[in-house]
Design a protein around this ligand. Structure first.
Ligand code: SAH
Ligand code: SF4
Length: 379
């Protein structure tokens, strides 16, 4: 059997090397070559014994999904369309900001949850992505962008699971993918800088807390079960009381001391001041006392079949003000990459002064005309 090494977290790679009669430290070396340096040709892994390189050629390969298309926005946002076979494509978006570079990754081709305002949901579910297809998005983006910038330093500083799919419905692939992203011998991202966004798969929120706690975003979108049932069908299975209870429990394990609630602003549907007041009462309910949270309001990104409209700016501002007045930290997501239809990613959050990251992001944003010309492969 031939194994795609992008599918293996460190423990699995140690086991794989064991099967080849190799010691665990070989796995660490391999892991670094693949993830830290973006090398997929075993022949180039010069500190591995020649005999091991030969064995690897027979038993393993390193392949991310092929890029079908790349779009670069005027603001530096990059969107890749990866071909995952059988007419399925997934999207990955990179968003350079002043102090960080955020990669928005997909976890499934399509999605079974079927939220009314989501174009992925309207497409239905095709299949789960493998670990290698999830990690491959980061592998590709990190090394393609480094190559473009001519740097050996980190470009992707944050990962958000806000592309296609419901990550907690693909749990067996999600957890190893997260472990690879967090591993110091791979991407070394901190738990606070990797965010899983979920529409509310309650049992899996508890499992994530136990297995691999990272930052959590919950797609709320409505203050009542009656309204949420119509927007997020999963709410009928896991209603708000169950969801907010799970959010509260998650905080006991989370790397951050708050949960982010995402709220898609839909004109005339969920954007009235009364909805904001209901939300405040909901998150302050004594049943989940101590649930500290922030709100991220997302202007709806329209698509033809939705029959929905984006809330006017004034309604979004008034809604944000209601929450802010109640003492809840609230941000409105900037729409980025609008010209390439790349509305994705949780763009609000912590602000850090990382000057060198800032320099690289500034360069990417100024570099778009040239970058748009070609797809740059990692190696
Ligand atoms: N399935 C997960 C993660 C992917 S969606 C989830 O639902 O959380 C990431 C975020 O984008 C979610 O908050 C989702 O509600 C939001 N979203 C989906 N479609 C959108 C649209 N058309 N406009 C604005 N936000 C949208
Ligand atoms: Fe879209 Fe997320 Fe809903 Fe799936 S769960 S349909 S990806 S918003």
């Amino acid at each position: 059997m031939v194994t795609n090494l992008l599918d293996l977290d460190h423990d699995a790679l140690v086991a794989f090397c064991g099967q080849l009669g190799e010691k665990p430290f070989r796995a660490t070396q391999l892991f670094r070559w693949i993830h830290q340096r973006g090398v997929r040709d075993f022949g180039q892994m010069t500190d591995l014994a020649k005999s091991l390189r030969e064995k690897l050629k027979d038993h393993a390969y390193v392949v991310a999904p092929p890029v079908a298309r790349e779009h670069v926005s005027r603001d530096g946002t990059v969107k890749w369309l990866f071909d995952v076979g059988r007419n399925n494509a997934i999207e990955t978006v990179f968003i350079p900001e002043d102090d960080r570079g955020t990669l928005c990754v997909s976890s499934q081709a399509g999605c079974a949850v079927g939220c009314r305002f989501c174009s992925t949901g309207h497409q239905g579910f095709s299949r789960h992505l493998t670990v290698g297809e999830i990690v491959g998005q980061l592998w590709w983006a990190e090394h393609a962008l480094r190559k473009r910038l001519g740097t050996e330093e980190r470009v992707v500083t944050n990962v958000v699971f806000m592309g296609m799919g419901e990550p907690l419905n693909n749990y067996p692939a999600l957890v190893p993918a997260l472990r690879i992203m967090l591993d110091d011998h791979a991407y070394g991202l901190s738990r606070r800088r990797v965010t899983v966004s979920t529409s509310g798969v309650v049992p899996m929120i508890d499992r994530l807390a136990a297995d691999c706690p990272v930052a959590l975003a919950i797609s709320l979108h409505a203050p009542t079960d009656a309204l949420r049932d119509t927007l997020v069908p999963l709410n009928r299975k896991f209603p708000l009381a169950d969801l907010l209870g799970a959010a509260r429990r998650y905080l006991d394990h989370a790397p951050r001391d708050f949960i982010t609630f995402e709220y898609c602003m839909l004109d005339g549907v969920n954007d009235q001041p009364e909805h904001a007041r209901q939300l405040v009462r909901l998150v302050r309910d004594a049943r989940w006392a101590g649930l500290s949270c922030k709100f991220n309001l997302i202007p709806f990104n329209p698509f033809p079949q939705s029959g929905l409209k984006r809330s006017p700016d004034g309604a979004i501002a008034a809604f944000a003000q209601e929450l802010t007045d109640a003492g809840i930290v609230t941000t409105v997501r900037k729409t980025r990459g609008d010209d390439i239809d790349a509305a994705c990613g949780q763009l609000a959050g912590e602000v850090q002064d990382r000057t060198r990251v800032g320099e690289r992001m500034a360069k990417l944003r100024g570099d778009t005309a040239r970058a748009a010309l070609s797809v740059v492969a990692p190696d």
